[in-house]
Write a protein that binds this ligand. Structure first.
Ligand code: G3I
Length: 557
């Protein structure tokens, strides 16, 4: 209490001098410190980020996840076919990582802000161009973007499919294809479908629900549903938002509020501010009431930069801070709904330095790292670790882990890696950097030199089966380290495997298997045999038709 009074007195003095616009309450007790296991985010406007120091300060302080407002869209990343421009997207990634923030990717397949060259293609070429775009963009950010809006705004208001160029050329299957392509490019990212005016129960959210339910039933790798939440106080608050979120969560998916803002008609006044605050509070509370709702992102944070006046010229003021960075009642509503009315004590103490990492199981494209754990005494608790690659004086984030070990994937064959680790706590403090570990990845296999034989033996009943895979090196050089990848065609699941480390993310059809220490190397003309127990639904258990080793297609026999 004494701290707050002192802060208020200082603020009043500085305000009188015209020197301060930022709330000290917000400074000491930002939104991100109340996010718990959820993410609280904002859409990052790159122009503001480059030119406005107050914007940078508030964005870094308040939020723990960032969405690029425009920089990762199709027109920004592939303006001409197969000419990728990542300058802006890279800036967003760098800014987020510098502030210990996660990244939500927006967006891969949308009818808007998508260049003309793809809109005029025939079906075969359009589908291939979509795959190439997703593969390139998602692949580039596989170690930095934690979740993606894979398909954006696919529905009409009546719940039917929007007649976009995607739909008109490719049919409804473009949606499932987009998710499969995204999963192939990043086995770990959360993959979302995202839309607006779907926050409450209604015809549009029913259409979305029916699609998502059928995608889940078909084993399409979808993990989350994004509800944009572009609201306006002159319209009533959406119906049954919590119940709507919950029905999607009950499908086993995460739920996110991805683009929340609440606009009003000009001019802004205190009554409208209070109504706006109520809308914000209601949306946050709906998310908090649903265990699987794991992200609330505001579409900006200051009225100085917002899409609203350009699109709705008689409307304004949709965000948490006014144009001068004073927090509005909407800020307090979000803050208090998140639990911020019980401020957590500040934690200026970083965790201790992690132990020197040790590399093991190094293959041509992956390596395991372990290190002695850090401790955190500052009160906010140890949140996890950042693993960086060191090149000269630059440390680039490779991956993050909540435990004191990780498996690095997507590495380049025959390449030396120098890696260091830093621990993070719940307040975002980073520990000093560990000592370095150095390892060199093994040589990769020669292209097109593998053969796979797959067998599936169904059990007597109950949908169980035993799968076997024989991988043969048909080339002349040894395969030193391998990742087998394939996709189940009909919702099958691996439950337990042997002779390899098996992985099948929840909700995904994609399976990978990596070697154990004794079968990492496959000499020429030799085979390894690995297997698993799995389950299937219905009466058929069709075999996967394509297999890759280290992303290279194998002959299937
Ligand atoms: O990049 C050009 C620039 O070269 C040109 O000089 C300038 C002239 O107007 O336009 C710039 O493009 C603008 C772009 O934002 C980048 O600033 C477009 O005109 C403008 O229309 C575009 O608006 C974006 C809008 O999506 C486009 O649909 C908004 O910033 C962005 O907030 C908004 O975000 C969408 C989500 O992606 C999806 N859900 C709805 C949400 C709000 O509309």
């Amino acid at each position: 209490m004494r701290r707050k009074l002192l802060a208020a007195a200082i603020c009043a003095t500085l305000s009188a001098l015209g020197l301060v616009a930022l709330s000290t309450t917000a400074t000491a007790d930002p939104l991100r410190s109340h996010a718990g296991s959820r993410f609280i985010g904002y859409a990052l406007n790159l122009t503001a980020q480059g030119s406005d120091a107050s914007y940078r300060t508030v964005g870094a302080r308040e939020f723990n996840i960032v969405t690029a407002e425009n920089a990762m869209k199709f027109d920004a990343t592939e303006p001409n076919q197969n000419q990728f421009t990542f300058g802006q997207a890279d800036q967003v990634v760098a800014a987020a990582q510098a502030n210990n923030q996660q990244i939500h990717g927006h967006t891969l397949v949308w009818h808007s802000q998508t260049p003309g060259w793809i809109q005029g293609l025939g079906a075969t070429q359009m589908r291939a161009a979509m795959q190439n775009h997703i593969n390139t963009v998602v692949g580039r950010y596989a170690n930095s973007v934690r979740s993606w809006d894979v398909v954006n705004e696919a529905f009409n208001e009546d719940g039917s499919f929007r007649q976009s160029f995607w739909f008109n050329t490719l049919g409804q299957s473009y949606i499932a294809d987009a998710f499969r392509f995204a999963r192939a490019a990043d086995p770990d990212a959360e993959l979302c479908i995202n839309d607006f005016n779907t926050d409450g129960m209604g015809a549009k959210s029913n259409g979305l629900f029916n699609l998502v339910q059928s995608l889940v039933q078909q084993g399409v790798p979808i993990n989350c549903v994004g509800f944009q939440g572009h609201l306006a106080i002159q319209f009533s608050f959406p119906n049954q938002v919590q119940q709507n979120f919950q029905r999607f969560a009950n499908l086993g998916l995460n739920v996110k509020i991805t683009e929340l803002d609440v606009r009003m008609q000009n001019p802004r006044d205190a009554t409208k501010d209070n109504t706006q605050a109520t809308y914000y509070r209601n949306m946050v509370n709906a998310c908090l009431a649903v265990t699987r709702c794991n992200q609330i992102t505001i579409w900006g944070f200051t009225d100085r930069y917002s899409w609203v006046p350009e699109t709705f010229p008689s409307e304004c003021c949709a965000l948490l801070y006014d144009q001068n960075y004073s927090p509005k009642p909407a800020y307090t509503a979000v803050h208090d709904a998140l639990g911020g009315n019980e401020p957590v004590p500040p934690d200026p103490t970083p965790p201790t330095t992690p132990g020197t990492p040790a590399a093991s199981n190094v293959t041509s494209n992956s390596a395991n790292l372990t290190w002695a754990a850090s401790t955190d005494t500052g009160g906010s608790g140890l949140a996890g670790y950042n693993i960086y690659r060191r090149q000269g004086t630059t440390d680039t984030l490779l991956s993050q882990s909540t435990t004191n070990s990780t498996t690095l994937t997507g590495l380049t064959p025959s390449t030396q890696y120098v890696v260091v680790v830093r621990a993070r706590d719940g307040a975002g403090n980073l520990s000093p950097t560990s000592a370095t570990a150095t390892f060199t990845t093994l040589a990769g296999p020669v292209t097109g030199t593998c053969q796979v034989a797959y067998t599936a033996t169904n059990w007597g009943g109950g949908g169980g089966f035993t799968g076997g895979v024989t991988i043969t090196n048909t080339g002349t050089a040894a395969i030193n380290g391998w990742t087998l990848a394939f996709s189940f065609p009909a919702g099958q699941r691996v439950s337990q495997g042997w002779s390899a480390t098996w992985n099948q993310p929840q909700g995904s059809a994609n399976v990978t298997a990596t070697p154990l220490s004794w079968n990492t190397t496959i000499p020429p003309s030799s085979s390894v045999q690995i297997g698993f127990n799995g389950s299937f639904t219905g009466s058929s258990n069709p075999e996967p038709t394509a297999f890759t080793i280290n992303n290279t297609a194998c002959t299937v026999v």
